[in-house]
Write a protein that binds this ligand. Structure first.
Ligand SMILES: [Fe+2]
Length: 288
């Protein structure tokens, strides 16, 4: 059931994800959204409701914030601020960048224009709840990224209003199988957010959690995501399942064991012996 995947996306540990990476992936999906919407207009050229909805998404001036007040697709609003705050392919790292490329490729390989259109209709119903969760996950204003909170809140308002985008597109038929495919692609995009902790404040929270909950896995740190190969050979501060802290070196050749539940790394324990660990959290040791 695609609704189950939607729920899974909504309940992702958004607060643990890097805010700038969340924005980066939003830009990626907003670019794809505009592309899919243009294909929807080709598939249903006579539909007035769809036309009205598209007027609120494409080449519109219904988003304005700070120094952005112009006509554009909604992704152009995000692109403007991503440029301003250096949220780029390079700054988010290889994992997010590759996830973006895979996402675009996977959505573009959906059957036809009607399938692409269907993802639009469904999104107008499902995204507001997901956006709510993302709004709550971070203090966007305090991070200096208030534009993103504005972007999400405007979308929630435009989609959920009486006669809004949700209402305008809800009469279109949807197909379980296509939407299951689409939301699975979308969930895979977000899996790239399960990543190395780079912020010291996050790291402190991890330490506190493992001290209080020995042996417990931390949502967002472990999953079916392998340790990025590009980090092979580098040194990490890690916390094993038993709560012990180690310095470890990732074995690039065999960093991934049995469906993501165990991560094979080489490291030295207190006695100086090389061991493999089941890791709950890790942080790259930056070499100056
Ligand atoms: Fe919308």
């Amino acid at each position: 059931m695609y609704k189950k995947i939607v729920t899974e996306i909504r309940e992702l540990p958004w607060a643990q994800y890097d805010p700038k990476k969340i924005i980066f992936l939003s830009l990626c999906s907003a670019i794809e959204f505009a592309e899919s919407l243009r294909l929807a207009l080709i598939a249903y050229p006579q539909n007035q409701n769809l036309g009205e909805m598209a007027n609120g998404e494409l080449k519109t001036n219904n988003l304005s914030y700070d120094d952005y007040a112009t006509y554009g697709d909604h992704w152009e609003f995000l692109a403007h601020f991503c440029k301003k705050y250096d949220i780029t392919d390079d700054s988010v790292g290889a994992k997010c960048f590759l996830a973006k490329e895979e996402y675009l490729q996977a959505v573009r390989s959906l059957d036809d224009n009607k399938a692409r259109a269907m993802t639009i209709f469904s999104r107008e119903q499902e995204l507001p709840d997901i956006f709510h969760k993302i709004v709550e996950a971070h203090d966007w204003d305090a991070l200096g990224l208030g534009f993103f909170k504005y972007y999400l809140e405007r979308h929630i308002a435009i989609d959920s209003a009486d006669g809004g985008h949700g209402d305008l597109t809800k009469s279109f038929q949807i197909d379980e199988e296509i939407l299951f495919k689409f939301y699975t692609i979308r969930l895979n995009l977000y899996k790239s957010l399960h990543c190395i902790v780079t912020k010291s404040s996050d790291w402190d929270a991890v330490l506190q959690f493992t001290e209080q909950n020995p042996g417990k896995k931390i949502e967002g740190f472990l999953g079916s995501v392998p340790f990025p190969t590009m980090y092979g050979g580098q040194e990490y501060e890690i916390i094993a399942i038993d709560g012990e802290k180690y310095t470890a070196r990732v074995d690039a050749a065999r960093e991934f064991m049995s469906e993501g539940l165990e991560w094979k790394t080489l490291g030295k324990n207190r006695n100086g012996n090389i061991e493999q660990y089941y890791i709950v959290a890790w942080k790259l040791i930056e070499k100056s």
